[in-house]
Every structure is written in C-alpha cells, then in structure tokens.
Design a protein around this ligand. Structure first.
Ligand code: FAD
Length: 320
C-alpha cells in the first residue's frame, strides 16, 4: 500500500534498498556496497542497530575472542558497510509497493524511494510479559535467549516462562548451567511436542509451576532477585527466589508492512524459497530473524544477509 505526500525524483532509481539495521541488514549493506551497488539502508527511527543494541556482552559472534558489547558490534558492522559506500538513513519505511519491476518504498516523511531490488531484514521482536522492571533488568537476569545468555547463569536458580517447544528447549538447555530450572506455565498442560515434554519431565533439575503466571519481577541492587508467581485458578501468590528469568512465550516477526504483498507462513514470518532468500515476488529478498524462526542468532542473521545480497546481485545482473 502506498500513502504518499511527496515523491523522490522519478528517475532516481536505486539498485537496491535494504530495510533493517540488524546484523542481517548491515551485512547485506556491506556485501552490496562492495559489489558497487550503492545500497541505501533504512534502519529505523528509534531502534538503530537492531536487537543486539539491547544487550551488553556478546560472546558468541566469531572474531571477538574476549566478547564484544552488543552496541559496539553493531556500530562496527555499520562502519564497515559505510566504508564501502553504503548509505544509511535512520528512518522507518512506512509503506511499500513491491509488485512492479521498480519497487516503491515510502519513508516516514512521505518521500518515495525507488529500487530495482529490496532486501527485507526487519527482524522479529521477542514477546514480553509486560511487567514493570522487565526491560530494565534485561541483561541483568532477564533474558529471551538461552543460547545467547545461558552461559552467564552457572549454578543459578532460573525461571523459564512458557509451555511450547521453545520453552522446553530453553529449560532443558539451561540445565547444563543452572542449579535449578522452574518452568512457569499458565495452563495445566504443556503445548510442546511430546518428545520435548518427555525430555523436560525426565530432567531432575527441572520442576514445573502449572496454572501459574509471573505476576511481579523482584530486583535487588539492580539485578533480578526473584519473581512473584500467581496461581491463575486461585489467585494466590508466592515468591520464588531466582537470579535468571528466561521468557519464552514467542516472537513477532516484523512483517505487517508486507502482509498483503508477500507470502508469509502461519506464524507471520516471511516465506523464502529456501535455500535462496527469494520471496514470493521477484526482486524482493528476505534475511535474518524476519524469516528465521529456528536459529535466531546474530551470526545466522548476518549469514543470511550475505546470502540476500548475493541473490540480489545475481537478480540485478540478470536484468542488465
Ligand atoms: P534485528 O537485529 O532485530 O534488526 C532489525 C532492525 O530492523 C531493527 O533495528 C528494526 O527496528 C528495524 N526495522 C524493522 N522494521 C523496519 C522498518 N519498517 N523500517 C526501518 N527499519 C525497520 N544473538 C547472538 O547471536 N548472540 C547473543 O548474545 C544474542 N543476545 C541477544 C540478546 C538480546 C537481549 C536479544 C533481544 C537478542 C539477542 N540475540 C543474540 C539475538 C540477535 O540479536 C538476533 O538474532 C539478531 O539481531 C537478528 O538480526 P536481524 O538483522 O534479523 O534483526
């Protein structure tokens, strides 16, 4: 849908425009810039650098033997792409028309930008509990990713919220580090597959608080110190000491803009023609967490950003 107030020059058609400034978008910018495609990247007005800007230590991105601060890693990625001529605009794309040979993208000022190819790397957001202190204690005991942060929770008592496959996977994975893991689930039965459930039930370190929800997050000296659980049937509450809270209640891929133009899967993720990054429309490519509901790591997002850039490059070469 295009709702525009002003337009850029009709003949100013870019080779490629990238939407999203996480590892996928910046990597796509780096590769397309080095391929002389003069990419333009829109990286959001409020959330430049993507999900990693909300964390402190990143220990699993290759090339940084002592780890790197999330925002520093993203600044480095941006600077590396800019060094080769990638142009960055810290603004949102608010409307798109992707069907034609020339794709139209409208920014928040109403200016229409034109490109022959578009790479969508808008990421996905972790669903939150919506409780006070949840954001404030992110990286201080509250986490949404066991693969990312589990290592920091050795010998800790951890609470995992959720009842699906991801929650069971996170809980089981966390027992490698934790002293105890309590799975908190609002219902009396889990949604996870039988295999995942059985693996969790068989694990001595995991216990379950069914028919329960986290009602409050407790903090001591700026760190998570526990949660208050509420029984959803009786309304009764109890306090549980914990220094880790992993929230595994799902993700929301940022695909609203594209929903009426591109094929999405049942969960709203952008569908690509695997193993390529091609979407259901020619000249439109998808990369990173907006496509991926399995791995969701910075390195996999960066890898698919590279793939999207190479796919876009080949698509553009075939047009010449
Ligand atoms: P994102 O990083 O989410 O970036 C997408 C960007 O696109 C955002 O800036 C968004 O605002 C922007 N955008 C969306 N829509 C628009 C639009 N319409 N116009 C313009 N811009 C738009 N992974 C690891 O590998 N190691 C870790 O240690 C690790 N720790 C993490 C800690 C936290 C707290 C979180 C939240 C995630 C962590 N992850 C970690 C996961 C990792 O951050 C993601 O897998 C990765 O950032 C996904 O990259 P992406 O480029 O697909 O999307």
């Amino acid at each position: 849908m295009t709702t525009t107030t002003t337009t850029g020059a009709e003949n100013d058609v870019r080779e490629v425009i990238i939407i999203g400034s996480g590892p996928a978008g910046y990597t796509a910018a780096l590769y397309t810039a080095r391929a002389q495609l003069k990419p333009l990247l829109f990286g959001s007005s409020v959330f430049v650098g993507g999900s990693l800007t909300t964390t402190t230590e990143v220990e699993n991105f290759p090339g940084f033997p002592t780890g790197i601060d999330g925002p520093d890693l993203m600044d480095n990625m941006r600077a590396q792409a800019e060094r080769f001529g990638a142009e960055m605009i810290d603004d949102d794309i608010v409307a798109v028309d992707l069907a034609g040979d020339i794709k139209l993208l409208t920014d928040s000022a109403g200016t229409v930008h034109r490109a022959k190819a578009v790479i969508i790397a808008t990421g996905s957001g972790y669903r939150k509990l919506g409780l006070p202190k949840e954001d404030e204690l992110s990286g201080r005991g509250v986490s949404w990713c066991a693969t990312c942060d589990g290592f920091f929770f050795r010998d800790r008592d951890i609470v995992v919220v959720g009842g699906g496959d991801t929650a069971m996977e996170e809980a089981t994975f966390l027992t490698r580090f934790a002293r105890s893991v309590t799975v908190v689930h609002r219902r009396s039965t889990l949604r996870a597959s039988k295999t995942m459930q059985n693996r969790a039930f068989a694990d001595d370190k995991i216990s379950f608080a069914f028919d329960s929800e986290v009602a409050e997050i407790k903090e001591t000296d700026g760190m998570l110190s526990g949660v208050v659980l509420r029984d959803v049937l009786t309304g009764g509450t109890r306090e549980l000491d914990a220094t880790g809270l992993f929230i595994a209640i799902g993700h929301d891929p940022r695909t609203e803009l594209f929903a009426d133009q591109l094929e999405l899967d049942d969960e709203g993720y952008l569908k690509t023609r695997s193993p390529s990054t091609r979407t259901s429309l020619p000249g439109v490519f998808g990369a990173g967490d907006v496509v991926d509901h399995i791995y969701r790591q910075a390195i996999t997002a960066a890898g698919s950003g590279c793939a999207a850039a190479l796919d876009a490059e080949r698509y553009l070469a075939a047009l010449r």
